[in-house]
Every structure is written in structure tokens, then in C-alpha cells.
Design a protein around this ligand. Structure first.
Ligand code: HEC
Ligand code: HEC
Ligand code: HEC
Ligand code: HEC
Length: 143
């Protein structure tokens, strides 16, 4: 029960933050990455924390790119709605490269490979539970 409540709290907090920051995202406030941990939704939801990654010195464009696969900088991102930043907006069954259509393909390539190789002498989690939320923490009903 405690765990469920915790998950719900995190979920609501994330949703609330998105709502609160959304109206200002076209202005200067949009230039910074979300400070709360976000959940990447899908068949097997995973956690992602921008702060951990920007603290490593990673540019936004290390993960966010445009339709030409050119890196997006904080300014370009600030002018976009969060919805437009969804990786699956491009990487879906219609994507030209069949090896980059499914969430597991793009995220495991992007996230796991760096975690395995390491960055600035630090390694990230490579075990499933290091990124994926435990079952039961997935549903954020009522939020
Ligand atoms: C470095 C982080 C990370 C690790 C480690 C990781 N995953 Fe994932 N995985 C993700 C992300 C992010 C997604 C996208 C969320 C989603 O689609 O549900 C994802 C998606 C998936 C999906 C959904 C497949 C699809 O295409 O819809 C499955 C299944 C999956 N992972 C299984 C695993 C298994 C099994 C392991 C361990 C062997 C693992 N993952 C380890 C980050 C990770
Ligand atoms: C290590 C990879 C990575 C880096 C670096 C990164 N992001 Fe993200 N960002 C993501 C992922 C993954 C998502 C979720 C996309 C999805 O759900 O499909 C995301 C989502 C977002 C969102 C939408 C949040 C929401 O709640 O939907 C914003 C805004 C954002 N990023 C801004 C930034 C900015 C600004 C920077 C640079 C300062 C940055 N990001 C750097 C991976 C990254
Ligand atoms: C506006 C469309 C678009 C969005 C949004 C997008 N991508 Fe891509 N992505 C591309 C294109 C185009 C390529 C190049 C494909 C090729 O060379 O076959 C690519 C290539 C990739 C690759 C393979 C090359 C590499 O960089 O390792 C990965 C992995 C990837 N994207 C992950 C992501 C992730 C994760 C997100 C969300 C943070 C994302 N993409 C958002 C269009 C997009
Ligand atoms: C370019 C390298 C790189 C990329 C890309 C990257 N990570 Fe990481 N990640 C790291 C490193 C290094 C750490 C360990 C940081 C530390 O120990 O301070 C880490 C830590 C983490 C952690 C554990 C700490 C925390 O923030 O909760 C999670 C979860 C995580 N990454 C998820 C992801 C997901 C999901 C993606 C893809 C959307 C991703 N990472 C992309 C390098 C990367």
C-alpha cells in the first residue's frame, strides 16, 4: 500500500509539474530540462531523470534531435510543446528505418549502450530494474 501511494504521488507530481511548466515553455523557462524524474510510458515504463544526465555534462542534443537527426539545443526545445519531444512521435511503425521503430529499439540503443560504455568515467544501470519501474508502480490511475 505504501509503495502504491508513493508511485501515485510521484506520478501526480510529474503530471502537475508538466502542467505548471507548460504555459511558460515557450519562454525562457523552457530552456531548462525538467527537474523531476519523468516516466517514459509504454509497455514497460521506465524512469528517467534529466538532472542526473545534465550533471554529467550531456547536451540536450545528445538525446533530442530533429527530423534530419540534427541535435536540438535548449533554445529549440524551449520553443516546443513537451508533446512534440516524444521520441515515438517519429520513431513509430512508419519510421523509415525499420531498426528504429519500437521503443525498445531506440531506448535500449540510446540509453543502455551509453550506460554500458560509460560516460565521463561513470556507468549507468544496465539491469532491467535499473530503469524499468516494478510492476504495480505502472498504473497512475486517478491522476
Ligand atoms: C538504461 C535503461 C534501460 C534498461 C537497463 C532496460 N531498459 Fe527496457 N526500455 C527502456 C526504456 C526507456 C523503454 C521505453 C519505455 C516503454 O516502451 O515502455 C524500454 C522499453 C522496453 C520494452 C518495451 C518494448 C517495446 O518495444 O514496446 C521492453 C519489453 C523492455 N524495455 C525490456 C527490457 C528488459 C527485459 C531489460 C533487461 C534485460 C531492459 N528492458 C533494460 C530502458 C531500459
Ligand atoms: C540522456 C538523454 C536526454 C538528455 C541529455 C536530455 N533529455 Fe530531455 N528527454 C529525454 C527523454 C527520453 C524524454 C522523454 C521522451 C518521451 O517520453 O518520448 C525527454 C523529455 C523532455 C521534455 C518533456 C518532458 C515531459 O514531461 O514530457 C523536455 C521539456 C525536455 N526533455 C527538455 C530537455 C532539455 C532542455 C535538455 C537539455 C538541457 C534535455 N531535455 C536533455 C532525454 C534527454
Ligand atoms: C523529429 C523526429 C525524431 C524525433 C522526435 C526523435 N528522433 Fe531519433 N532519429 C530520427 C532520425 C531522422 C534518425 C536517423 C535515422 C537513420 O539514420 O536511419 C534518428 C535516429 C535515432 C537513433 C539511432 C542513431 C543514434 O543517435 O544512436 C536513436 C537511438 C534515436 N534516434 C533515438 C531517439 C530518442 C531516444 C528520441 C527521443 C529523446 C528520439 N530519437 C527522437 C528522428 C527523430
Ligand atoms: C551518454 C550517456 C548516457 C545516456 C545517453 C543515458 N544515460 Fe542514464 N546514466 C548515464 C550515467 C553515466 C549514469 C550514472 C550517473 C551517476 O552515477 O552520477 C546514468 C544514470 C541513470 C539512471 C540512474 C540514476 C538516476 O538518474 O535515477 C537511470 C535510471 C538512467 N540513467 C536512465 C536512462 C535512460 C532511461 C536513458 C535514455 C532515455 C539514459 N539514461 C540515457 C549515462 C547515460
Amino acid at each position: 500500500m505504501k509503495k502504491t501511494l508513493f508511485a501515485i504521488t510521484i506520478g501526480c507530481a510529474t503530471a502537475l509539474t508538466t502542467m505548471l511548466t507548460a504555459p511558460t515553455s515557450a519562454g525562457a523557462a523552457g530552456l531548462t530540462a525538467p527537474t523531476q524524474q519523468i516516466t517514459i510510458q509504454g509497455k514497460k515504463p521506465a524512469r528517467f531523470n534529466h538532472g542526473t544526465h545534465t550533471a554529467l555534462g550531456l547536451e540536450c542534443g545528445a538525446c533530442h534531435h530533429d527530423q534530419e537527426h540534427q541535435p536540438r539545443n535548449a533554445e529549440a526545445i524551449g520553443a516546443m510543446a513537451p508533446e512534440q519531444l516524444k521520441c515515438a512521435g517519429c520513431h513509430n511503425k512508419d519510421f523509415k528505418n525499420s531498426k528504429l521503430q519500437k521503443p525498445s529499439q531506440i531506448f535500449h540503443a540510446k540509453c543502455k549502450e551509453c550506460h554500458n560504455a560509460g560516460y565521463n568515467d561513470k556507468k549507468g544501470p544496465t539491469k532491467c530494474a535499473g530503469c524499468h519501474l516494478a510492476k504495480g508502480k505502472q498504473a497512475i490511475e486517478g491522476c
